[in-house]
Structures are given as C-alpha cells and as structure tokens.
Write a protein that binds this ligand. Structure first.
Ligand code: OGA
Ligand code: NI
Length: 421
C-alpha cells in the first residue's frame, strides 16, 4: 500500500479534473492489483516453505529476509561487536553413553560427563540409548510422509491457537510473525499419551502408531536422563522428590520440523536464536547438519551422529539447578541443496507446577544466593504478551542475579528471541 501514497501526491498537482479522475482510477486499479497480489502471496505463505521450495523459486520472498544483523553470518563476537564470517565452526558435543550409565561400575564416570556437559555446553549427545532403530527410522519416515500429503489433508490441523493439541503450520505463527522462518512444523501434545493420540493426524495411517511409540521411548529416555542429572546435581536422596513428581505427571510436547532446501539460505534461518522452555529437550535429527549452539560468544554447528539424540538443558532445568546447568541459545540454519528434518521433544513438569531453584542448592549464608524467581506457565504467557520479549530471553526475565558470561551469550544473539513453541 505504501506505493499508492506517492502517486496520489503527484495527482494533486495535475491541472484538470478529467486528468484527476483518470489518475485516481489508475491509482485505484493499482491498489486492487496490489491487493490481489497480497492475497495471492498470503495463500503461498499459508502453503508453507515446502511448497515454496518445490515451486522452484530462485529468490527468497521478502517476508523471509531477516534484517542484516540477524542473518546467520552476522555473528556477534564475544566483545559484542558484529563480525561477519562465513566459516562454519563444527562441534562434537560431549557424548553420554547410556550403556555405560546403566553399568553400576561406570555410572559415576558418566554422571560426571553429563554434569560437565550441562554446566558447559548445555548440550550433549546420547548414544547406546537402546531405543529401537526401527522406532527412530520410522518416526523420521512417517514425519517426511506427513509433509508430503496434499495440502488440504495437512491444513485440517492448522490452528491460530498456539496451545492446540495438534498444530500444523509454517514459521512459528504465520499470522503474527513479522519475518517468517524457513520451516514447516507439526506440533503434537504427547501427555497423557493414551488420551491425546486420538486427536493426532489420521494420515499417514501409521502416524499415530509410529509417533506414539516414539513419544513413549522419548519419555522413557527423558526420565532416565533426569534421574541421572538430578543425582549428579543433588544426590540420590534429594533427587527423589522431583523424580516422584515427574513419574506422577509431566508435560511433553513434540514438534516435527521440516526445513526444505532454501534458495538463499544466507538471508534467513530455519529457527531463530532461542532457548527451550522445559527441563530437557531431546532432538532427533536426520543426517543433515543445521543445528547451531551458542558457546562462548560463537555459533557452533552440531555434527550429527546418526541414530543419536541431541539433548539440551531447558530454562526449567537452569532455574531448578539455580544456574549450574545452562539453557543455552541455539538456532537452525538452512541450506540450498538438502532438506532437513528434526523431531524435538520438550519434556518438563506439568504446566501448572511452579518451578524455582532446588532448596538444596540455595544457601545465602554459604554464599549460594537464589539466582532466579519462581516461574510457571502463566508467567511465561505473560512474558510472551509483554514487551520484554524484544530484548530479553524468558530466562533473563526470571534472573535475580546475573552470571555475566552466560548473560552475554543470551544477549549476543539476534534481536529476535522466540520461545520454541
Ligand atoms: C526446537 C529446536 C532444533 C532442530 O525445536 O526448539 O531447537 O534441529 N530444534 O530442529
Ligand atoms: Ni530449541
């Protein structure tokens, strides 16, 4: 519409009313054409990025172009100065071997690895987890087939309600996002599993069966990792309380992410810098790299280990650990040749549970002050609705005391900070 304003000003200068009428008509025609184009492009946008990618476009539509400082190669150095670099720094994340964790003679050593990973990177990979290879391969396969369904079948699950139990869409919230992200997604509520499965997509016909097996395996792994993390953090006795609560009730959301090949990957992101909301997130990625982790002021690209899970500490675990474990920023880059899929499982305590630092970790007299305010889902929603989201992560908005380096990493990223849901 901004194009219309300039010709209108010129029109007023024209001498005769006939000319004026003619010019007005032209302007109206132009506005109509523009409107048509706008609704055409919003239909395209609604169809998502897979459709755009398949249509063979060679230029990224404007709605996906990030402002220069937020683009993937405009990194911020640890000194806060923007630096431009196209070199990709890869990282092999610490590996937590579950076969060794389950071996009583090796458990202590693995707990140490896990503890160090949660304090340092906030990320690790899990191998020898025992989840059936068919369940893992089946999950990625059925996810791929879901995104290949005709649009009307997928569109049944579109919803503007970000809390819907099933939600298919593109970017995060296509109606609201100022700049769109290069991803399509299917979000499934997974708790309580037996009750929610009936609301999941009915096509592909094996989706409910395959995805519910995968969700159950992910939950089992989460419980095992939480037990280990709490044991390392608090000791067995103190860990029992939270573990008992989790065994009784928890929250579990699963997001299947589809990142098609992108014509201009240097101008956009599959997912902007964010930290995750829960305790642990378990990510299953295919063989295509794209996930990047913020570490000491730099973006590091995670080298995928086939069949492994990438696990990261979420905001709740950082708060529960009173800052010992780090919920770090991460994002997803896309590329021009290879589509990528991932399945992220977000696990936590029930939404209404208030999360604060574990009392065992707070001792003012011993120089261990409480570093975070208590928080719950309502606080999170209030944060989303407030202006804070523009320059602070949710985690920063809950901090009472600031750990300078970590805080800096949370600021150093792009100005778009979004929760992963
Ligand atoms: C997420 C996320 C990473 C990925 O869904 O929160 O960070 O590789 N996903 O898709
Ligand atoms: Ni995430």
């Amino acid at each position: 519409m901004s194009l219309v304003a300039a010709p209108m000003a010129a029109v007023v200068d024209l001498a005769t009313s006939a000319q004026l009428q003619q010019a007005t008509m032209e302007v109206e025609e132009e506005a109509k054409a523009e409107q048509q184009q706008e609704s055409y492009s919003s239909i395209l946008l609604m169809k998502g990025v897979r459709h755009l990618s398949d249509s063979g476009i060679t230029r990224l539509p404007d709605r996906y172009v990030l402002p220069a400082p937020d683009r993937p190669d405009a990194g911020a150095g640890h000194d806060g100065l923007a630096t431009t670099t196209t070199s990709v720094v890869k990282v092999k994340l610490p590996v937590v071997d579950l076969a060794r964790l389950r071996d009583p003679s090796q458990r202590a050593a693995v707990l140490q690895t896990l503890d160090a990973a949660c304090r340092g990177y906030g990320f690790f990979q899990v191998v020898n987890h025992g989840v059936d290879g068919d369940v893992i391969a089946g999950m990625l396969d059925v996810a791929r087939r879901f995104f290949e369904l005709p649009l009307p079948e997928r569109a049944r699950y579109m919803s503007p309600d970000v809390r819907a139990a099933v939600r298919y869409g593109t970017s995060f919230n296509q109606a609201k996002d100022a700049v769109l992200c290069w991803r399509d997604f299917l979000k499934l509520a997974c708790h309580p599993l037996r009750d929610v499965v009936a609301s999941w997509p009915r096509e592909p016909t094996d989706l409910r069966d395959v995805a519910s097996r995968y969700a159950a395996a992910s939950h089992g792994l989460f419980m095992e990792l939480m037990e280990a993390a709490l044991q390392a953090l608090l000791g067995m006795a103190a860990a029992a309380g939270v573990l008992g609560e989790l065994a009784a009730a928890s929250s579990h959301m699963m997001t299947v992410n589809c990142y098609p090949a992108c014509p201009q990957p240097e101008l956009t992101l599959g997912m902007p810098a964010h930290s995750d909301y829960g305790l642990f997130t378990l990510v299953l990625q295919d063989h295509v790299e794209g996930l990047q982790v913020m570490h000491a002021g730099r973006w590091l690209t995670v080298d995928p280990i086939p069949g492994a899970f990438v696990v990261n500490v979420g905001d709740h675990l950082e708060i529960l650990s009173n800052g010992a474990y780090k919920s770090v920023l991460h994002r997803v880059r896309v590329n021009s040749t290879r589509p990528r899929m991932s399945v992220a499982s977000f696990h936590s305590l029930p939404a209404e549970r208030v999360v604060g630092p574990a009392p065992e970790l707070v001792d003012e007299a011993a120089g261990k002050p409480r570093r975070y305010m208590d928080t719950d889902f309502a606080t999170f929603l209030a944060y989303l609705a407030s202006a804070d989201g523009k320059d602070k992560t949710f985690l920063q908005s809950r901090m009472l005391l600031h750990d300078h380096d970590h805080d800096h990493d949370h600021c150093a990223a792009a100005s778009i900070l979004r929760p992963s849901n």
